[in-house]
Design a protein around this ligand. Structure first.
Ligand code: ASP
Length: 431
């Protein structure tokens, strides 16, 4: 990662002088002579990302079906309910931390909304204008369509139904449950192979991001970035370990060292969905969470638990509200207005896709609800990629923390049910 940042910075600082062919520093002329370019390294990232994308649909589909089909009938509702509460509780804390820092540092007050060149806005496709109907969008009209286009929420919905149906079918479902179990193990084997090249992939992805963006866009919007970075660090390195310790019963050192590969992959790929194979491996292998429960929480979490995105949406909305307040008097910056922002954030993050810039897309829903122009997103879009890397790391860490917490709560709550028996790798669970 560090090497990627350094090499990326070298490329971005040499970009213009190298093209003009004048005043090149020693480093730039060296780069010029060797014929190295961003693409010399970027392909490694592309290969890694493609492999992750290749494995993600079959992996999450069979991991979820396998996870659910190893639960007992009386466990299903309880696990789902506690998981959902844990997700939303953590996201609520994250959004409040974000608002706290914006209120403290006030990055939007006095910010010149005409200062940024909107032509630098990357293409987000039609998503910014798309109408969202979360409830309807969850149900696939054709599951094969959803599988082939990688609609994660729809795939999760169908996998949950299939898993529950297998459990409810008793003996009739046993063969299919076994088939999914061995399919899942084979997908994990392929994931293990992909992980071997992870360091090269993360290096390539970071060289490309830093190499293209450079450091220039960060200067004018530095205060806002500082707020996002401070708030994300507080959530990531202070609040999450406290939650993991007090609610999950696990020491922070064990937690972070167990999930470090997932955190770095999230940082490099900016995608919770692409990181999912790594998170699954970390949670089940390194943290020892039973794989049926771990698969369920982490997989559903990759679309529904977004601590970083919730925090980010709250910060962006209040920051832009501060910046636009002199021009739009109806904007409400009071406590009531901020509670409304938090409520909208919790709602909109239900539909945040775990892909690069996913949180930016759903931020537009919150902006609209608060009465801010969607165009306002142009002010922060230029620096979004780098912040996306940080919030994706927070999102993925939150998914893993939720798995630890839910596992611990279930162990405490239900002393009659031995959670280890839910583990498909544990022979006792097949009895
Ligand atoms: N990129 C994030 C993720 O995949 C979503 C976001 O933009 O916050 O988790």
């Amino acid at each position: 990662m560090v090497l990627g940042i350094l090499v990326g910075m070298a490329f971005s600082s040499c970009d213009k002088p190298c093209i003009l062919g004048s005043q090149q520093s020693g480093l730039c002329s060296f780069i010029g002579q060797t014929g190295l370019s961003i693409n010399t390294f970027a392909w490694m990232g592309e290969v890694f990302l493609r492999l992750l994308k290749m494995i993600v649909v079959p992996l999450i589909f069979c991991s979820l079906v396998n996870g659910i089909s190893h639960m007992q009938v009386n466990q299903l509702g309880k696990v789902g309910f506690i998981t959902f509460l844990t997700f939303k509780g953590c996201m609520l804390i994250a959004a409040v931390i974000g608002l706290f820092y914006v209120n403290l540092i006030k990055p939007g007050i006095g910010f010149d909304i005409h200062s940024i060149n909107k032509e630098a806005i990357p293409d987000l496709g039609h998503s910014l204008n798309g109408k969202h109907n979360f409830l309807l969008d969850i149900i696939p009209s054709n599951i094969f369509d959803a599988l082939s286009s990688g609609e994660l929420i729809q795939i999760i919905f169908f996998a949950l139904l299939l898993g529950v149906a297998i459990v409810q079918s008793g003996k009739d479902g046993l063969n299919l449950a076994r088939a999914f179990e061995s399919f899942f193990k084979i997908m994990l084997k392929i994931t293990g192979w992909i992980m071997v090249i992870a360091p090269f992939g993360v290096f390539g992805l970071i060289v490309k991001t830093v190499g293209i963006t450079g450091l220039a866009p960060f200067v004018s919007i530095g205060k806002y970035m500082l707020v996002v970075a401070l708030a994300l660090s507080t959530m990531l390195f202070v609040v999450t370990p406290l939650l993991v310790f007090f609610l999950g019963g696990m020491g922070p050192l064990k937690f972070f060292s167990g999930i470090k590969e997932a955190m770095l992959t999230a940082f490099g790929t900016s995608s919770s969905a692409a990181t999912l194979p790594v998170s699954l491996e970390c949670v089940t292998k390194n943290l020892g969470i039973p794989s049926s429960l771990g698969s369920f929480v982490v997989t559903v979490g990759s679309s529904m638990s977004m601590n970083g995105a919730a925090l980010y949406e709250a910060v962006v909305t209040l920051f832009l509200a501060q910046a636009y307040a002199p021009y739009i008097p109806s904007i409400d910056l009071s406590l009531k207005g901020q509670i409304f922002i938090v409520a909208m954030v919790l709602l909109s993050t239900l539909g945040t896709p775990g892909i690069p810039h996913g949180g930016l897309v759903t931020t537009t829903i919150v902006l609209k609800a608060v009465g801010l122009p969607i165009d306002a997103i142009g002010l922060i879009i230029g620096v979004d990629r780098i912040l996306d890397m940080c919030r994706t790391m927070t999102n993925v860490t939150g998914d893993c923390a939720a798995a630890v917490i839910v596992n611990n709560i279930l162990k405490d709550k239900d002393k009659n049910v031995d959670i280890q028996k839910l583990d498909p790798n544990n022979p006792a669970s097949h009895a």
